[in-house]
Design a protein around this ligand. Structure first.
Ligand SMILES: C[S@@+](CC[C@H](N)C(=O)[O-])C[C@H]1O[C@@H](n2cnc3c(N)ncnc32)[C@H](O)[C@@H]1O
Length: 244
């Protein structure tokens, strides 16, 4: 695989997200539990998993911990994030490969096959509607029969009233977690100051799509068991399975 072009996500965002990701993500523990429960594998089964956009590596680490025979391929467009993932996954040496990738590119998709589960958290919203549909189409071929595409991501509100509800709920979650996890509102104050809440401050690099549309795209492409498994503050866990 040749070295991919730079991604729109900036290294300053990586630094901030490594430090603040757990506070900025509503109830990451619930997202983790939900994703792990949905993986179509027995605890002691060997299988290959792929994570798109590993960030600091918490989700890949959770998969390797829960499934001791699993191997994970972790992809990210940020060298700083891949370094952070490598540190997080140090206890699992020999059970992971980390690669630089550009989400938009096709080459990494065609290089993968026979994958049991493809996971991603807070990454897919960097693709527009067309990009997501093409990704879902390409990843269907990457999965083995019975495999799963499981996504946690920000989703676009379908009305102004929903936008306001998502925005206020996300603020409240970050404020609560700032106090609970960091001991004060400092991380929340930074979330507000940097205008991170894209439901209030849209940014061209963030292009979430409505959840009903994404469920329809998955279904139309042949995924089964397509559903929303968890939803809070404009963040959803959703996905589907390739038929056996
Ligand atoms: C918001 S962070 C989420 C990280 C992690 N999955 C989590 O939930 O904490 C977005 C991640 O996607 C990566 N990313 C963003 N845009 C990308 C792109 N176009 N190609 C490859 N990686 C990208 C960033 O480097 C970053 O690690």
């Amino acid at each position: 695989m040749s070295s991919p072009d730079p991604i729109p996500w900036q290294e300053i965002d990586s630094k901030r997200f490594i430090e603040r990701g757990q506070v900025y993500t509503p109830r990451r523990d619930e997202i983790e539990t939900t994703l792990l429960e949905l993986i179509p594998a027995e605890a002691d089964e060997p299988f290959v998993a792929v994570e798109l956009g590993t960030g600091a590596g918490w989700l890949s680490a959770a998969v390797l911990c829960r499934f001791p025979q699993a191997h994970i391929i972790g992809l990210d467009g940020s060298p700083a994030m891949l370094d952070a993932t490598r540190q997080t996954l140090a206890p699992y040496t020999g059970r992971f490969d980390l690669r630089l990738f550009r989400l938009e590119d096709i080459d990494w998709r065609v290089s993968l096959s026979n994958v049991r589960v493809i996971l991603s958290s807070l990454v897919i919203h960097h693709l527009d509607d067309e990009g997501k549909q093409r990704l879902f189409y390409d990843l269907y071929d990457v999965l083995e029969p019975g495999g799963a595409l499981l996504l946690a991501d920000l989703v676009a509100p379908t009305s102004e009233v929903a936008r306001r509800a998502y925005a206020r709920a996300w603020d409240a979650e970050v404020r609560r977690q700032s106090v609970e996890l960091m001991g004060d509102t400092g991380a929340y104050d930074e979330f507000v100051r940097t205008q991170w809440n894209l439901f209030d401050y849209p940014d061209p690099v963030d292009t979430p799509s409505p959840l009903p549309d994404q469920l329809r795209w998955l279904t139309d492409l042949g995924y089964v068991g397509v559903d929303v498994f968890w939803l809070r503050a404009g963040h959803a866990v959703y996905g589907g399975y390739k038929p056996k």
